[in-house]
Design a protein around this ligand. Structure first.
Ligand code: TXA
Ligand code: MG
Length: 328
């Protein structure tokens, strides 16, 4: 199995080069193996969702080598510093206000916050230092399958889709990281893990549990996993576009009639026309989705007409996200 590479200086350097080129790399962490991508590259992030076959775009965790690298992408307050100093490197993810506008909007699912973690595993550490940038990494398994705690698990679950697999033994913790949201006044525990609620409360005081199903919908009321929604209304599955609307196209928009005006969608002016993928490529569409929604949200249109997206492959996640953004 040539796609599994025992970690050493040469394979770690090769893996870092792949990340820089926008390719995926599966790598060991002390919690579970992660499927990594450059957190600033929309296309690479879209490829992560595609490889996992995720039906939803949940925000991903950005992995960095140390606290100072984390400070480049997120805003720390006293609580965040206390937690980071006590548990980093280690199995704790902090959700913090996002600082770096170059992060992929798809990685953060359009949110103004970012999940950040400094993994302890020596191979993860070396990889992050060699790459020298934030790496998003959900667990390196197909959606709905068990999280991988060895390179063999990754290979069995994802095979070629994992890209390059760095092998670094078994994950010692074997459970995904604890997630604490300290982006607002109230601290929330979003995912239970090796760092416990007591551990956290000993450092920063009361934390409200707000646990949700991994990768799925939220169970607890008042949960915090917010979803980005544009202020402008969305009109889904549009087959035409009104003169005061913006158009988010997919594939050829040549025959999208402009209501009452004739002409083609391309004639829509003032930055009101964007195409998720002229070629109808779903990975490209996913990579563009949040950035284009944000852009069209600012052009003063009465609503955003969105052309139909096929409900296959990544299209399922795109349509799920569009329905949420449209308000249900
Ligand atoms: O242990 C781990 O954390 C593993 C290893 C590979 O590091 N990674 C992992 O990532 O479990 P992932 O992508 O499966 O978990 C991401 C979860 C999301 O489903 C969401 O619940 C939460 O982290 N999350 C990330 N960013 C968030 C944000 N801005 N706001 C709220 N929740 C966020
Ligand atoms: Mg997972």
């Amino acid at each position: 199995m040539t796609r599994v590479h025992p970690a050493n200086d040469a394979t770690i350097a090769a893996a870092a080069a792949r990340l820089a080129a926008g390719d995926l790399v599966a790598f060991p962490t002390e919690t579970v193996y992660g499927l990594g991508a450059d957190a600033r590259n929309d296309h690479a992030v879209a490829a992560v969702y595609e490889a996992k076959g995720r039906p939803q775009f949940n925000p991903l965790i950005a992995h960095v080598a140390d606290l100072s690298a984390a400070e480049e992408i997120a805003v720390f307050d006293d609580r965040a510093y206390a937690l980071a100093q006590a548990y980093w490197p280690g199995p704790l993810t902090l959700v913090l206000p996002k600082k770096d506008q170059t992060l992929s909007k798809l990685a953060t699912a359009g949110l103004e916050t970012i999940g950040v973690r400094v993994p302890a595993h020596p191979v993860a550490q070396k990889l992050l230092r060699a790459f020298d940038g934030p790496v998003v990494a959900p667990s390196a398994n197909a959606s709905g399958r068990l999280s991988p705690t060895s390179a063999v698990h990754v290979d069995q679950s994802l095979g070629d889709k994992a890209g390059y697999i760095l092998a670094g033994g078994r994950s010692a913790v074997g459970l995904e990281s604890t997630i604490v949201d300290v982006s607002g006044e109230t601290a929330y525990l979003l995912r239970a893990g090796a760092v416990t609620q007591d551990d956290i409360e000993n450092l920063i005081g009361p934390v409200t549990p707000s646990l949700h199903a991994e990768g799925g919908d939220v169970r607890a009321p008042g949960q915090l996993l917010q979803h980005y929604a544009p202020c402008t209304a969305l009109r889904l599955n549009a087959v035409d576009v009104a003169p005061d609307e913006a158009l988010l196209a997919f594939g050829s928009a040549r025959f999208m009639g402009v209501r009452g005006g004739g002409g083609f969608a391309r004639d829509i002016s003032g930055g009101r026309y964007m195409n998720l993928s002229e070629n109808g490529d779903l990975t490209e569409a996913a990579a563009n989705l949040f950035a284009m929604l944000h852009a069209l949200d600012t052009v003063g249109a009465t609503s955003i007409a969105v052309m139909p997206i096929p409900d296959t492959g990544l299209g399922v996640a795109i349509n799920d996200r569009l329905r949420r953004a449209a308000g249900g």
